[in-house]
Design a binder for this molecule. Sequence first.
Ligand code: H79
Length: 413
Amino acid sequence: MAGAQSYTPAPENLKAREWFQDARFGMFIHWGVYSVLEDGEWVMNNRKMPISEYEKLPPKFNPVKFNAAEWVALAKAAGMKYITITSKHHDGFAMFATKQSKWNIVDATPYKRDPLKELAEECRKQGIKLFFYHSHLDWTHADYYPRGRTGQASGRPQSGDFNKYLDFMDAQLTELLTNYGPIGGIWFDGWWDKRDANWRLEQTYRLIHKLQPAALVGNNHHVKPFEGEDFQMFEKDLPGKNTAGHSADSVIGNLPLETCDTINKAWGYNAKDKSLKSTKDLIQYVVRAAGYGANFLLNVGPKPDGTIQEEFTVRLKEIGQWMKANGETVYGTRGGPVSPRNWGVTTQTATKVYVHVLDWQDEMLAVPSLGKVKNARLLNGQKVEMAAAGSGVMFKLPGQRDALDTIIVLDKQ
Ligand code: H79
């Protein structure tokens, strides 16, 4: 941002960044009135629905089975340490009690309740941090003008005052950062809809940091981090990769990192999408992300009735079982001494190095410079043979291996 004042994170913000990195695993929740159509969160844009059509959804959205305690308990059972939920997606519909417009769950649906309030209280009770996903892009606000690359079939008049829209957004963010207790952070998305607009990011980020200095700002703009952001994120890609086309091409600076992905292909609930990733794939992704020094934010898209489909809950609980047994090699770690490889990754704490063998068929595995380490063993204490080899070491892997992740623990010396 040209002319941006340099941003100095507050001490509590730096502390929150450490907490964030230690957490390593979070639950993403995409939930909105679009779930009624069971066809993902882009349905308004994809079906070219005008606002007059889309307005028929909120009266049908009545998630009477929503139970905040159950959602938070599920995140915990999966071994997740935080939840990031859509306060507003691209349809502009607020999933919280806002006074800025009637286009919100309390005023426009028969449900009339504020699920984010209930979630915030439950998160606090159960020791989970809550982040809000907030869309810059807005397909329904009249002042989101000039229009961007998407949402052009909404039938709005060809006029509007973009600064008024930004005032509206800042007012909603103020509500989110004032009425819901301490918030983990704000996760922005949709900037890429109008890459050349003046988004007043500096002003918005300053507002967030003023209201809650510990709240972490992240933005899924697909380019390198802007001044004022507290972590760098990647969508459907490990840090530094951009195979999906929604990320920056590289890790810039030394901000905490996060990558997000879905269990099937959809973010918002999609009844037809049965392309489910396996529990093994998902666990290996958590581990790989940790090897990159990154968090993994794994998405669920709850149903319109407020429940989470069983294909998801089964996987989350299985992941949680694994995390329970192996979590010390992921939580509280940073990327290890050897950068990610095809065969696996390394993670480390102040005293230990963990070698995660994710995909290696042979008995011997050569690993370059791990630093000064000793006492190679499995998590259960079983000794692993290790010999010097070139500038690194050669491990003799145990005959009985974990096909998911064979973890070698080493002490730093
Ligand atoms: O919230 C979830 C998705 O709805 C949202 N981000 C995740 C976390 C998302 N929005 N868009 N995408 C995912 C796909 C992005 C498509 C894009 Fe483009 C390709 C954006 C920029 C290039 C389509 C074509 C939109 C603008 C041009």
